[in-house]
Design a protein around this ligand. Structure first.
Ligand code: NAI
Length: 467
């Protein structure tokens, strides 16, 4: 079966970039990305590609090339479903904030709504692709909804699992050149045919040996497993960073030494203020929840520790700022460089900066933030979401600056929360001259030049570096 029309439900950080790359690489396929969020769709359609709702290096060029040719963004979900032979579900699957599994399980209401809408609209057979990250065995629930809530005129649905492994900040490079593409489907001949249809889409630019096909459950569970392993590496090196600080070891030297062991490998061994992003925490919590549902308490506890360690790392970064500043930051200006959860993205979901700011605001600090890509409304929304204090109090305590030097002016301390490259090239002497003395820098990402900063006169603290 040759696919001519693809629909993707959900125009977010995954749906947008993923479909833009499919459209660019497959000019013979029409790709329509739909969303119920009209503002988001309008931004995807903005003539000025610098205004796209997702910031990713290289995304603007891909969109500029394919949009209007075979890439379309629309709010007309029904029409796009009706026209497509293959429908990707790329909607959000956040942690549940209510009821059973609150704070742990994935909230599947958006996925279910999608499935019901597909069932209602479809007039012919469809391949439905799970692009969202979902708990293992969700495909059977989706199949059940599709088969039983439709208009009942013998329409056949095939469900595939095709989890997305892109990393924000490098999404376009990851999509153009993926380590692997994973496709899970039914072992029946119809299932295999559906798998092949999706393999054929990716084969337009991905070497076939990197396209892995499995059964649906392996594919669903592989995504949760991959994120759990990645996050675990960060928590492992962060756990060692605290021990390094106590013992005079340097976590970067330790990371280099262990990373040269080919069984361990050098990547993802950077100690930091803690991981953020919409996925790691939510997916591990989901994994813990699934393990618990099967009565696997040891498995659940094992993975939960990754989150506990990450929360600890964020908290101890804030605690260290307070204790170093003579046990009080009340009324003191603390400048934040960075709010995004990592560089080269405007995504702030679960960013460590939010939690560090929250802790410091509790201590009555005056926080001033500069981030090259995150807008003020986003930062305030992130803080308001925590419900720690009123919206007015958040706006009183946190100031958002459009200029980094202004953010640092008069500050007692600077905290580096995101590893944006531009921070490395600042005129640090100029910044120093405009700060209170002693001037402290807490480098939560380990990106600044320690010797240079010390020479200027800064008191410099880096995660994982003992005295
Ligand atoms: P997102 O929140 O940026 O985008 C989801 C979009 O779906 C929103 O714009 C929302 O309005 C839309 N939506 C929800 N229900 C809808 C409906 N019924 N009809 C039409 N549109 C609807 O989320 P993001 O980050 O793109 O994530 C999507 C999925 O991909 C999640 O399951 C996530 O775990 C997974 N994922 C995310 C990665 C990331 O780096 N952000 C990486 C790999 C997977």
């Amino acid at each position: 079966m040759k696919i001519k029309n693809i629909c993707c439900i959900g125009a977010g950080y995954v749906g947008g970039p993923t479909m833009a790359v499919i459209a660019q690489k497959c000019p013979h396929i029409n790709v329509t990305v739909v969303d119920i969020n009209a503002d988001r769709i309008a931004a995807w359609n903005d003539e000025d590609v610098s205004k796209l709702p997702v910031y990713e290096p290289g995304l603007d060029a891909v969109v500029a090339e394919a949009r209007g040719r075979n890439l379309f963004f629309s709010t007309d979900v029904d029409k796009a479903i009706d026209e497509a032979e293959m429908i990707f579900m790329s909607v959000n699957t956040p942690t549940k904030t209510y009821g059973k599994g609150k704070g742990m399980a994935a909230d599947l209401k958006y996925i279910e709504l999608c499935a019901r809408q597909i069932a209602r609209v479809a007039k012919d057979d469809k391949i439905v692709v799970e692009k969202s990250t979902l708990p293992v065995r969700t495909a059977s629930a989706i199949k059940n909804i599709l088969d039983n809530t439709g208009n009942g005129n013998g329409i056949k649905f095939q469900i595939l699992s095709n989890p997305e492994f892109l990393a924000e900040g490098t999404a376009i490079a990851d999509l153009m050149n993926p380590d692997r593409v994973l496709i899970g489907g039914d072992t029946t001949p119809e299932g295999q045919e559906a798998i092949q249809a999706l393999v054929d889409v990716y084969a337009n630019w991905v070497p076939e040996e990197q396209i892995l096909t499995t059964n649906v459950w392996s594919s669903e569970l592989s995504k949760l497993t991959a994120n759990a392993f990645l996050a675990q590496r960060v928590s492992s090196i962060n756990a060692m960073s605290e021990l390094c600080e106590k013992t005079g070891a340097d976590v970067n030297e330790v990371a280099k030494a262990i990373g040269m062991d080919s069984r361990i490998g050098p990547k993802f061994l950077k100690a930091s203020v803690g991981f953020g992003g919409s996925c790691f925490q939510k997916d591990i919590l989901n994994l813990v929840y699934i393990a618990k549902t099967y009565g696997l308490d040891e498995v659940a506890d094992y993975w939960e520790q990754v989150i506990i360690m990450n929360d600890h790392q964020k908290r101890r970064f804030a605690d260290n700022i307070v204790s170093t500043l003579y046990n009080t930051v009340s009324g003191k200006k603390i400048a934040f460089l960075g709010w995004a959860f990592k560089k080269d993205t405007n995504d702030t979901r679960e960013s460590a900066a939010i939690y560090v700011a929250d802790d410091l605001l509790n201590e009555q600090a005056k926080v001033s933030v500069y981030d090259p890509k995150v807008v003020a409304e986003r930062m305030y929304a992130d803080l308001d979401y925590l419900n720690t204090r009123t919206a007015e109090e958040n706006r009183e305590g946190l100031e958002v600056c459009k200029d980094s030097y202004q953010a640092c002016e008069g500050a007692h301390a600077i905290a580096v929360l995101t590893e944006w490259d531009e921070f490395k090239t600042y005129d640090w002497k100029k910044i120093y001259d405009q700060m209170q003395k002693p001037a402290f820098v807490f480098d939560g990402r380990g990106i600044l030049d320690k010797e240079q900063l010390k020479e200027i006169g800064f008191v410099y603290y880096k995660i994982g570096e003992g005295e």
